[in-house]
Write a protein that binds this ligand. Structure first.
Ligand SMILES: [Cu+2]
Length: 331
């Protein structure tokens, strides 16, 4: 496996070079730090803001969890030298992962700090009445919802304000991981998503994306591989935020030993070579590498791989402490 990595890196380097040349010199709306390009805005409402990120608050007392999220517009990096004028929860794309346990009683408040438009939150982990709980929050206002984390799983949460395809494409999505009693949370959470021309609904609905990424940045984990244990199992939560493309999650040099569809342990698939994750769905994937070394993870849809859906696990013999290495998408 490791012998073919340099070839992959070379291939990817050439591809990303082409993408960077294209983006820096004129994918409309993407701003390059080296060669700033104004976003392709169409109205005053879509003039980008760059609000200072306000971090999420999450407090646990027993099985009572209080969460405070903030909707705001923040410019985020999405590829080397390329930033995107995002609409966010808490200033990051993806939004912070919410780690819960089954049986948790969650009180979640969304405050909309975006002065220009309404936002809303839809949590796939919350079994509630959408017409009451997922409704828009106007600028400057807050809304609190309460739900019980009834089912173990890995879930998407996203903005549900209209037009929803644009609010998701602009960056308003994250992961909820609900872990059953006695189980450790996944070692890492990966959120796959796409970037289109910013603030452009027509691009989201009718054009291919410019980037497809894990955790917000193209090829992010090729530069800094994710450290995992060798010769013992570990799990990774994979969420597909879309908004449009199906992910074909694959690990080079390994099968996906156990795949729990939607992260629910009742759904088990053994030794899948590639697993399809629809937009709005997720999986909890258990892996075990038989020897130390580098193992690429990709979306095996080659257009997605070529646009940045590519990372690397670095399997090492040294023990890895899940408590200290669990990766939020935003970290
Ligand atoms: Cu929104």
């Amino acid at each position: 496996m490791s012998t073919c990595l340099p070839r992959q890196r070379f291939f990817k380097g050439a591809l990303i070079g082409l993408i960077m040349i294209a983006s820096g010199c004129g994918i409309p709306g993407f701003s390059s730090k080296a060669s700033p390009t104004p976003p392709a805005t169409t109205s005053k409402a879509f003039q980008p803001l760059n609000q200072t990120p306000k971090p999420m608050l999450m407090v646990r007392q027993g099985n009572k969890v209080t969460i405070h999220l903030y909707a705001e517009e923040t410019e985020v990096p999405i590829a080397p030298g390329v930033t995107f004028p995002a609409w966010t929860f808490d200033g990051t794309v993806p939004a912070p992962s919410l780690y819960l346990r089954t049986g948790d009683h969650v009180t979640l408040t969304l405050t909309n700090l975006d002065p220009k438009m309404a936002h809303a939150i839809d949590l796939h982990a919350a079994l509630v009445l959408p017409g009451l709980d997922f409704t828009p929050v106007l600028p400057g206002q807050s809304k609190t919802i309460r739900f019980k984390a009834q089912l173990p799983g890995v879930y998407l949460y996203h903005c549900e304000a209209s037009p929803m395809p644009l609010h998701i494409a602009q960056g308003m999505y994250g992961a909820v991981v609900v872990t059953p009693p006695g189980e450790a949370p996944p070692l890492y959470t990966l959120v796959q998503s796409e970037f289109y021309q910013p603030n452009n609904l027509n691009s989201v609905l009718n054009s291919p994306p410019n980037y497809v990424v894990f955790n917000g940045v193209a090829d992010r984990y090729t530069v800094h591989p994710l450290r995992v244990p060798a010769k013992r199992p570990f799990s990774v939560a994979v969420v597909n935020a879309g908004p449009n493309l199906f992910s074909a999650f694959h690990v080079v040099g390994s099968t996906l030993r156990d795949v729990h569809a939607s992260g629910n342990p009742r759904n088990n698939l053994y030794d899948a070579q590639t697993y399809t994750i629809a937009p709005g769905d997720a999986a909890l994937i258990q892996l075990e590498f038989q020897q130390p070394g580098l193992y690429s993870f990709v979306s095996h849809s080659m257009d997605q791989f070529g646009k940045g859906a590519y990372g690397v696990f670095d399997a090492v013999d040294a023990p890895t402490n899940p408590k200290t290495s669990t990766t939020s998408p935003s970290s």
